[in-house]
Ligand binder design. Structure first.
Ligand SMILES: Nc1nc2c(ncn2[C@@H]2O[C@H](COP(=O)(O)OP(=O)(O)OP(=O)(O)O)[C@@H](O)[C@H]2O)c(=O)[nH]1
Length: 253
């Protein structure tokens, strides 16, 4: 069984801020969003968590091992350095989607994302140390098979992008619906999924599903560990094993 701790980081009242007193230059918003994500990735990553850029105004992080004080410091650091603040909601559960559902509901109950009175909420509780186990986090690192040969070196960049995004869309939907797992595009041809306790057959099924739906061929390495960083690193090594052995699924246990 997995026990994933998820933190939802949601910018406070960001929509109105982007248009007040008049619409802000898009290039400035893009810069702010990418810097803010870079900082969150570093702050969470320094404590062995993973952060995913998602929609940029809502960032989902896997934070097993981060306590409440560490969340407070991340929130404070953002508030000190950016013209916007963030609310953070922490929850855990045996599936990542279940945990994110609880975290989301807590923030929604505290007020709308566009409520000027809701600011820097920190809600929910991290997993107590006593409840943490060695296999709490399961991370799957998916990669498109030979994306360079099939797409990057063949098609124009936008048509390549469509292929990769279609593979991502089919995968993320299947993982969410069949396994309560959360998949995030992380660049290039890579998708990292935070998973429930899926077995090898379930990964093969996910890969078959994407091939049948959109004709994109995937391979996946999977790791389990106490933290996202450690599970994610195992997943990367297992993906290398797929490359070496020509296999589609490799599990690190
Ligand atoms: N975020 C992230 N991106 C990666 C990683 N590895 C590769 N990429 C990206 O994915 C692109 C394609 O690289 P590969 O997946 O190695 O290339 P490929 O042609 O699909 O070859 P095979 O994966 O060996 O089938 C690279 O240009 C990078 O942008 C990774 O571990 N993390």
């Amino acid at each position: 069984m997995t026990n994933t701790q998820v933190s939802l980081i949601q910018l406070d009242n960001y929509g109105p801020w982007t248009t007040t007193p008049e619409p802000r230059r898009e290039v400035d918003l893009q810069t702010l969003q990418s810097r803010l994500f870079a900082d969150i990735a570093q702050l969470v990553g320094a404590r062995d968590g993973y952060a995913f850029f998602g929609r940029f105004d809502n960032i989902v992080a896997v934070t097993n091992g981060l306590d409440r004080g560490e969340h407070e410091r991340i929130q404070g650091s953002l508030g000190n350095r950016y013209p916007v603040t963030a609310s953070v909601s922490i929850a855990s559960g045996d599936t990542p989607a279940g945990a994110l559902g609880i975290a989301s509901r807590r923030l929604q109950d505290a007020g709308s994302a566009q409520d000027s009175g809701r600011r820097e909420i920190l809600s929910g509780d991290p997993l107590p140390d006593a409840d943490r186990g060695p296999d709490d986090v399961q991370i799957a690192h998916f990669d498109v098979d030979d994306a360079t040969g099939k797409y990057t070196d063949q098609l124009n960049e936008f048509d390549t992008f469509i292929q990769i995004e279609q593979g991502y869309a089919a995968l993320m939907k299947h993982m969410r619906e069949a396994h309560d797992s959360l998949s995030f595009f992380v660049g290039g041809d890579n998708v990292i999924a935070v998973c429930s306790a899926m077995d090898e057959a379930a990964y093969r099924d996910a890969i078959d599903h994407v091939r049948e739906r959109v004709g994109v061929e995937l391979k996946v390495g999977v790791g389990r560990a106490r933290t996202a960083q450690s599970a994610g690193m195992t997943a990367k090594h297992e993906l290398e094993r797929c490359r070496e052995d020509g296999t589609a699924v490799e599990l690190g246990w």
